[in-house]
Design a protein around this ligand. Structure first.
Ligand code: SF4
Length: 208
């Protein structure tokens, strides 16, 4: 039997995670990166026990038909799990739209999912060459920019966001990133303030 989606957190109702839609948010367990400012440290270990049972979440969602518009898969990194694709199908069968929050770590998996996605929030963290200084992973800057291009070409409703810690991203870098996004047809970059109080790199915790 295929593996069930591992879920580290669940928000039954929110109006801020998928623009214009009332959603539930499923926080998928596991991420292969260790971004210095990540504040979801408990969601990072891929093999941590699932805090929620996916079948129970499906039952809950079935009871919310007509009350919620959509389900958002967030993380961690949702596309790290092979079980995401069947989970999305199950949610669509219940009649919900599907949103995805991703750091764009797995372009091939994302390209398979795109036809099933109604909206994507994609994190772009830096220019490709500057990713390893944030994620701690060599070569990590290629995949997210491939994902940006894939999503722009597919015309998937998209918000590209950058979490900004002032010690990691300066104005010049932001300008370069905006220009590169324009080059793939993405006009807007949403810059979000870094919630650094829980940063896994304690040297980034405020005050800076
Ligand atoms: S910020 Fe996102 S991509 Fe980075 S380690 Fe945390 S969950 Fe993973």
């Amino acid at each position: 039997m295929s593996e069930k989606l591992r879920v580290g957190g669940f928000t039954p109702f929110t109006a801020i995670d998928f623009p214009g839609e009332l959603t539930a948010v499923v926080f998928c367990q596991g991420c292969p990166w260790r971004c210095r400012y990540c504040h979801n440290g408990e969601l990072l270990p891929a093999r941590a026990p699932s805090a929620y049972d996916w079948e129970q979440i499906l039952l809950f969602l079935a009871s919310r038909r007509g009350l919620l518009d959509a389900v958002v898969f967030s993380g961690g990194e949702p596309t790290a799990q092979g079980a995401l694709e069947p989970a999305i199908s199950q949610v669509r069968k219940l009649g919900f739209k599907v949103g995805l929050h991703t750091a764009g770590i797995y372009p091939r998996r994302l390209s398979r999912l795109i036809p099933s996605l109604d909206w994507v929030g994609l994190d772009i963290k830096a220019m490709p060459e500057d990713y390893p200084a944030i994620t701690g992973v060599d070569g990590s800057g290629v995949a997210p920019w491939q994902c940006a291009q894939l999503l722009a070409e597919a015309k998937t409703p998209l918000q590209v966001r950058l979490t900004r810690h002032p010690r990691l991203t300066d104005e010049a870098a932001l300008e370069q990133i905006r220009n590169k996004l324009h080059g793939v047809g993405i006009e807007h970059l949403e810059v979000q303030r870094c919630n650094s109080e829980q940063a896994i790199d304690q040297t980034l915790r405020f005050p800076p």
